[in-house]
Design a binder for this molecule. Structure first.
Ligand code: AP5
Length: 221
């Protein structure tokens, strides 16, 4: 099952991808996480990507595409994956289609998580990430048991550097300018499934799972 999650920053793509990845036993591939890892480990790509991430801009297509290409060719991706945050431009979507075509594969379903601007700001300004294991919290909606400490590993919870108010608004602007076109692209390809992401986390997960099961049944029949 090859699945793509698109939607504005803070729509809950990463939160849903974590759960669905465990349930469907397919890897969760987040372009944002891969880029942040590259920045932290100090790779050449990371060095180039840092500037764009901190400003809330998109990292140039060639850098992201190379990272994703390497990742989806790994053995654990043979039976599928969830791409979270990639593609993000029409050029990336077309490169992905070509890449899959060359492998004799194609995408099964693209979920578009639609969410209000108010929720984006509320969710991103309250998001906290474990500096040790990467677990995702929210100070009001998904709080840790002990303030500032990860429930899973005891690590310190931090705010992402691009979750500052002015960068959140810039990321939203870039999303409308450069990523929104993908909705029509995948709708025209007949594989878009729109999910309202303003509701609670569990309800959204149920909807995503139901839709994946329907796609799986169609694929098998
Ligand atoms: P990336 O890391 O992909 O960030 P994003 O797309 O902006 O998405 P987020 O991770 O901010 O949000 P999310 O939708 O995953 O929400 P989450 O589940 O965490 O990209 C970062 C940067 O990397 C980009 O700006 C760009 O520079 C670069 N980049 C990445 N991919 C690229 C690409 N393909 N091309 C070029 N550049 C690229 O939820 C947010 C918060 O809300 C959490 O605290 C969560 O607990 C909470 N929450 C989630 N769902 C709910 C709910 N239903 N109700 C209440 N709270 C909720």
């Amino acid at each position: 099952m090859r699945v793509v999650f698109i939607g504005p920053p803070g729509a809950g793509k990463g939160t849903q991808a974590e759960t669905v990845s465990k349930e469907e036993k397919i890897p969760h591939i987040s372009s944002g996480n891969l880029l942040r890892e590259a920045v932290e480990t100090g790779t050449e790509t990371g060095g180039k990507a840092k500037y764009y991430i901190e400003k809330g801009l998109l990292v140039p297509d060639n850098l992201v595409v190379d990272i994703i290409k390497d990742r989806i060719l790994k053995k654990d991706c043979e039976s599928g994956y969830i791409l979270d945050g990639f593609p993000r431009t029409l050029a990336q979507a077309k490169i992905l289609d070509e890449m899959l075509k060359n492998l004799g594969k194609k995408l099964d379903v693209v979920f578009y998580f639609a969410v209000s601007k108010e929720n984006v700001v509320l969710r991103l300004s309250g998001r906290r990430i474990c500096s040790s294991c990467g677990a995702n919290y929210h100070i009001a909606f998904v709080p840790s048991l002990k303030n500032g400490i990860c429930d899973k590993c005891g690590g310190k919870l931090n705010q992402r550097s691009d979750d500052k108010p002015e960068t959140i608004l810039e990321r939203l602007r870039i999303y409308h300018e450069q990523t929104e076109d993908l909705i029509a692209y995948y709708r025209d390809n007949g594989i878009l499934k729109e999910i309202s992401s303003d509701g609670n986390i569990e309800k959204i997960t149920k909807e995503v799972n139901n839709s994946i099961n329907t796609s799986l049944q169609k694929k098998r029949s």
